[in-house]
Design a binder for this molecule. Structure first.
Ligand code: SF4
Ligand code: SF4
Length: 547
């Protein structure tokens, strides 16, 4: 196996025997084959689309299949094999679409080879053998380090984008331009005549399209559940039976709440579902009692200690302990071998496991934090914020947002938040905030110094707020007193980074370490064009930010 798509990869070699995330060589090969199969379908379906023929089944399934290859989503070989079997059916379907589109247009269909020929057999062994042949490592045999680097940046940007597109589709929001772009890019990645300039342009295009997808997701969530509003939420347990819902998928949480009403079970958000507690539609459930625990990498301790059932809706899932595996459940794109997967929206097994478990024997301390500062709320007090900046009460803004992870270097973000001067406001999002969100930062003239914008999936909110502030001050985002400190972990962060670069946003500090898949020349390009840089130490970075 070879994988270097996330921040925790083994430095210099990538993950080659087993992922730091616990992805084994079997799952790695199967996931590489999913990527290859999607490229093959893209070759046919993109060409059919150019001839005016589209297919909803293909458009809907490609994001779901690619989402399964994102870091810490799917660790179930049999489930992955089933995805590949479905992709084989879709490959045949796409071929037939393309050939009949050609026939109707009076053209001769191209005879396509390469990625369209990805299937050798339906048994696990054949699929793994085939997946090994299309490992990323093999790309280096045919291309320079810089070309592979840019191809992988584009692929990971695409993976992140389709993960957002998957969430938007769950909320009923789709867009034909996005579907067309996904197929076109998959097809593009099968060509071997890319130039550096062309690949850079494609990466910027991916950022542009991802921005559109993030807007779709924002629209889907706010249409279904209303706009998040400032809300004090409980972060300690309540006595009684319990279910914790983790990941990012709001709809699954909503369904669990509907199905547990009146059953005497308290429901908690966990991880990236914490922001759900600020949406009006979720507040109507009295048995949604608060948030339990913190970021994903504490699951093995937190789920073991949780006396109820746990449902993980998307990434990031961690290798489960035996102590809670039988009361752990997955749904959506997430899966772990040996863990019950709910695929039909009926959460009865989760409810039964919660009722069978002990539940919390007593209330925890009455501790609350305030969340819910998404774009609608911040924009509604924009005048107050702008006046505070003009009066000098607010000197600067620090965006400290993104993913969390297990590495000790991530303490940087805790220390950075604590070092932010008292006359500055911190904007945060993603699970990285768990490192400092219980800290009392106080307020500036009634404006909280810590504004929690939501999930990493809510990056659109952060971009809209920055754009509105820039507008109010007659400048662009680069002209604002705003420092951008992005902690990355997996591929959604890559797609957000590409969106920021597409918008021309400069001076981003990326950490805790730079991606292994960025070659030295590509890094030089990013530094020259965007002044993107790695985090150093809090002291040095604060000095640089203060100018
Ligand atoms: S997803 Fe990350 S940790 Fe897992 S195998 Fe790939 S690079 Fe390694
Ligand atoms: S913010 Fe990133 S690291 Fe955290 S749960 Fe979401 S995808 Fe995983």
């Amino acid at each position: 196996m070879f994988c270097f798509q996330c921040e925790q990869t083994t430095r210099e070699t990538g993950c080659i025997t087993r992922g730091v995330c616990e992805k084994d060589p079997t799952c790695a090969a199967l996931q590489d084959l999913i990527v290859e199969a999607c490229k093959g379908i893209g070759m046919y379906a993109h060409r059919a689309r150019v001839l005016g023929v589209t297919d909803d089944v293909i458009d809907a399934y490609i994001p779901e299949a690619l989402f399964a290859t994102v870091t810490q989503v799917n660790f179930d070989a049999e489930r992955t094999r089933q995805i590949l079997i479905h992709l084989a059916e879709l490959t045949a379907r796409a071929q037939s679409l393309y050939e009949s589109a050609c026939k109707n247009a009076g053209r001769e269909a191209e005879s396509l080879a390469g990625a369209t020929q990805w299937m050798d057999g339906e048994d696990l062994q054949s699929m793994v053998a085939r997946g090994d042949l299309v490992s990323i490592k093999t790309h280096y045999d045919e291309n320079s380090e810089d070309i592979v680097s840019l191809q992988e940046i584009l692929m990971y940007g695409l993976k992140g984008m389709v993960a957002y597109a998957y969430h938007a589709r769950v909320q009923g929001v789709e867009d034909a331009d996005i579907d067309a772009y996904v197929l076109e890019t998959l097809d593009y990645l099968t060509h071997d005549d890319h130039t550096i300039d062309d690949l850079v342009a494609q990466c910027m295009k991916c950022g542009e399209m991802n921005l559109k997808v993030m807007e779709m997701l924002d629209r889907g969530n706010t249409t279904s559940y209303g706009h998040p509003e400032p809300t004090s939420i409980r972060v300690e347990p309540v006595k009684g039976k319990a279910i914790a819902v983790s990941g990012h998928e709001l709809k699954s949480l909503y369904e669990v709440l509907e199905q547990t009403e009146g059953k005497g079970i308290n429901v908690y958000t966990h991880g990236e579902l914490l922001p759900a507690l600020a949406y009006p539609a979720f507040k109507k459930f009295n048995h949604l009692v608060g948030n339990y625990g913190g970021a994903w990498m504490r699951q093995r301790t937190e789920f073991a200690d949780f006396p109820g059932a746990v449902l993980v809706t998307t990434n990031c899932i961690q290798l489960p302990n035996d102590s809670y595996k039988d009361r752990l459940f997955t749904c959506g794109p997430t899966a772990w071998e040996g863990v019950t997967h709910i695929s039909d929206g009926d959460y009865t097994p989760v409810i039964e496991a919660a009722l069978a478990a002990e539940g919390f024997s007593e209330d925890g301390p009455d501790e609350e934090i305030t969340i819910g500062f998404a774009r609608n709320t911040v924009m509604s007090v924009a005048d107050k914020v702008i006046d505070a900046v003009k009066a000098g009460a607010i000197k600067s803004f620090f965006l400290i947002g993104g993913c969390d992870g297990a590495k000790t270097g991530r303490n940087y973000y805790t220390e950075l938040a604590e070092a932010v001067p008292n006359d500055s406001v911190i904007l945060t999002l993603g699970c990285g905030k768990y490192r400092f969100h219980r800290h009392d930062f106080g307020d500036i003239g009634g404006i909280p110094r810590l504004l929690d914008l939501g999930q990493c999936n809510d990056a659109y909110s952060a971009i809209q707020i920055a754009a509105a502030l820039a507008d109010a001050f007659g400048t662009d985002v680069n002209g604002l007193p705003l420092s951008l400190n992005v902690s990355w972990y997996e591929q959604k962060a890559v797609s957000i980074l590409l969106s920021l670069l597409h918008l021309g946003i400069k001076n981003i500090r990326l950490g805790p370490s730079l991606p292994e898949f960025i070659s030295p020349n590509v890094l030089n390009f990013l530094v020259e064009q965007f002044n993107i840089g790695p985090v150093t130490t809090v002291e040095e970075d604060m000095k640089a930010i203060a100018g």
